[in-house]
Design a protein around this ligand. Sequence first.
Ligand code: 0WD
Length: 256
Amino acid sequence: TKLLEGKNIVVMGVANERSIAWGITKSLHNAGANLIFTNRQERSYKKLTKLLEKHNVEAKQMVNCDVASDESIQNAFQKIKDDIGVIHGVVHSVAFANRDDLKGAFSDTSRDGFLLAQEISAFSLVAVTKAAKPLMTEGGSIVTQTYLGSERAVKNYNVMGVAKASLEASVRYLAEDVGKNGIRVNAVSAGPIRTLSAKGVSGFNEINSIIEEKSPLRRNVDQDQVGDASLFFLSDLSRGVTGEVLHVDSGYHIIG
Ligand code: 0WD
């Protein structure tokens, strides 16, 4: 039998074919998972519907969810509970910061911009875990997406780096909290990948060529590699692992 046969997994954050969450979707589908999707925007919903058709992937359910609202998160998971009942995993692949805060001087970050990045990119994992927990009655696994800018001062990543540091700390505190319920919480720290969100970060192309030159594997990573690492976290293969941040970055983070 396949790794995720009979498992119900919620995927949050497919905006288009380039989304990391789409790479994860393909890995989970190939592993036999039943997939439930949440979208914020109508535009993403339409794109996802087409993508699923094109790749012959069936969605068990699609619900609207804006992580900026507690009510929206609660409603989404209530709908999933009503339709599906038990879930075994959640893929959290959402983040946001204002474009202006992803370049220039970090000390120019506005109060609102700082709080917005924290809210959408870090607090959302806390709120989603709270909403998903009652549905994970058979235990579960929650996986989020982070980036090296949390550990190092990566040029232009600025406010998002601070939000990712907060996200990774949240992974550890959540792991401790829900571990007693048989729920694991982990993060994948991916190398730079060309997506809609990545376009908002200035100097993105520069980083890409540095990875090709300096990373141990001398190449960039892609959505499928992040997908397979996320599959590991969502499956029983990682049953002894929680509170972890796994780098899927061609080894770039070890280089001095
Ligand atoms: O290089 C990269 N692309 C990396 C991305 C390297 C390492 C980590 N990541 C992270 C991102 O920070 C993010 O957490 O991976 C995650 C996914 O990013 P992505 O795949 O690069 O970006 P994208 O394809 O733009 O998807 C982001 C999703 C979109 O989905 P929807 O359905 O909303 O269009 O996050 C969504 C965004 O719109 N999003 C929200 N979803 C729900 N509620 C919200 C919100 N308030 N804000 C943004």
